[in-house]
Design a protein around this ligand. Structure first.
Ligand SMILES: NC(=O)c1ccc[n+]([C@@H]2O[C@H](COP(=O)([O-])OP(=O)(O)OC[C@H]3O[C@@H](n4cnc5c(N)ncnc54)[C@H](OP(=O)(O)O)[C@@H]3O)[C@@H](O)[C@H]2O)c1
Length: 401
């Protein structure tokens, strides 16, 4: 699409988006304001009956209960967890985001990591105090009533024989991914039968969990119950979801969480989109386009202009905001891409469900030279022409000059 057209689309979109921020208004007015009447009429009418605070929302005809932060004001959270010690094990991306949010929410949270490892040092930098709220893994688990296993998925499996005996009756085991218990044949994570096992899976990086919370916003998360021995596991999972900084939560199962997550990241979230970028870029280059033109038409315009608009208002809005020429071709070709790619997505889902993806992940993460092998792959990607061209394009953004 020509840059003139995209900047016209962007101007139009910005005009439509100006005004008070969505989160400051009611759900109904936000929906109405963000939707162009001509294109959104049908979609709006299906959930316009909903008002903020309502618990059942119509997602395109599928009515689903949603759980919001508003249902759990801070006082209620503090009261709910007043007798708990939340022992957060592992301080990677999620540990950092969830841990700091819990701490800022005033909950009794402690961190457990390997003494003097990279995470220990990071935790100290973030203000966790050794002996007060920072301990080694064993000590933290022993002190915790809710044990949040936020080790890397490979480490969850590796450390399980050691950790399992410490998960005694009365404790709750918390995950942010269904990976370990669902693929227990491979991970060997067989949970004790006398404890609640719950999950809250933020739909984004732990860094985003933190930044959205600090902005007064909240990440979307799913929650699930694997095992409920107290009869309170579901309520506890929702409360934990709000406590770690979720804005709204939807219910899932451990299986569905892990299948959709592994599938999504291999597909549209990362693997699929990278494959599309590479294919489009290579054809442009083979047809004589310069790296700068090929990158701009493939990645820069997508990430800087069009994708944010889709995120803000949906695909129909994007089509309505572009030129007739762009719209006609994009709608036509979307069908072709869908038909061509759907079998690949079917194959991918099957590969996830059968545990083939898990097997590959475990083998990869279990390699002694894992870090070197990963760095080698990153080096190859970094050195691809497309990403080198991207670096030059980004350096020309006015804010970077
Ligand atoms: N990252 C995301 O965007 C994301 C999103 C949603 C859900 N999740 C889920 O959240 C969980 C945590 O993910 P993450 O990305 O935050 O993890 P991560 O960054 O990979 O976490 C690594 C943590 O595990 C520790 N660790 C690694 N090997 C260990 C071992 N053998 N013994 C003890 N500690 C070990 C590390 O400690 P050292 O520094 O001492 O090595 C570090 O604290 C996972 O289940 C993941 O699937 C992640």
């Amino acid at each position: 699409m020509a840059s003139q057209r995209s900047s016209r689309a962007l101007r139009l979109a910005l005009r439509q988006l100006s005004g008070p921020r969505v989160q400051q208004r009611t759900f109904v007015s936000a929906v109405n304001a963000a939707s162009r009447p001509a294109v959104k009429q049908a979609a709006v009418s299906s959930f316009v009956q909903q008002t903020r605070g309502a618990k059942t929302v119509d997602f395109a005809g599928d009515k689903e209960k949603v759980y919001e932060r508003d249902d759990w004001p801070r006082d209620k959270l503090l009261d709910y967890f007043k007798d708990d010690t939340l022992a957060l094990i592992g301080y990677g991306s999620q540990g950092h985001g969830q841990g700091l949010n819990l701490r800022d929410n005033g909950l009794n949270v402690i961190v457990g990591v390997r003494k003097n490892g990279a995470s220990w040092k990071e935790a100290v930098q973030d203000g966790w105090v050794p002996g007060t709220n920072l301990f080694d893994v064993d000590e933290a688990i022993k002190k915790g009533t809710i044990v949040m296993n936020l080790l890397s998925d490979a480490a969850q499996s590796e450390t399980w024989p050691h950790i399992k005996p410490m998960l005694t009756k009365g404790k709750t085991l918390y995950f942010s991914h269904g990976f370990s218990p669902v693929f227990k044949d491979q991970t060997k994570v067989e949970v004790p039968s006398d404890i609640d096992v719950i999950l809250v899976a933020p739909k984004g990086s732990g860094r985003t969990v933190r930044t959205l919370f600090r902005e007064g916003r909240g990440i979307n998360s799913s929650f699930a119950v694997f095992q409920d021995v107290t009869g309170k596991a579901e309520e506890k999972a929702v409360a934990m979801g709000v406590a770690i900084g979720s804005g709204y939560l939807y219910k899932t199962t451990f299986e569905k969480e892990v299948y959709s997550d592994l599938y999504g990241e291999r597909g549209c979230l990362m693997g699929g989109i990278h494959g599309m970028f590479l294919a489009q870029y290579e054809v442009l280059r083979e047809r004589g386009h310069s790296p700068s033109e090929a990158f701009n038409e493939t990645v820069e315009e997508a990430t800087q202009s069009l994708y944010p608009l889709i995120g803000q208002n949906g695909m129909d809005y994007m089509y309505a905001a572009c030129s007739t020429t762009a719209r006609r071709g994009a709608i036509d070709w979307s069908k072709r891409f869908k038909e061509t790619l759907k079998p690949v997505f079917e194959e991918l889902y099957e590969s996830v469900k059968t545990g083939k993806e898990t097997q590959r992940t475990m083998e990869y993460a279990g390699r002694k030279d894992y870090r070197e092998a990963f760095e080698k792959e990153m080096e190859e990607i970094r050195n691809m022409e497309i990403w080198r061209a991207g670096k030059a394009v980004r350096s020309l953004r006015p804010e970077n000059v």
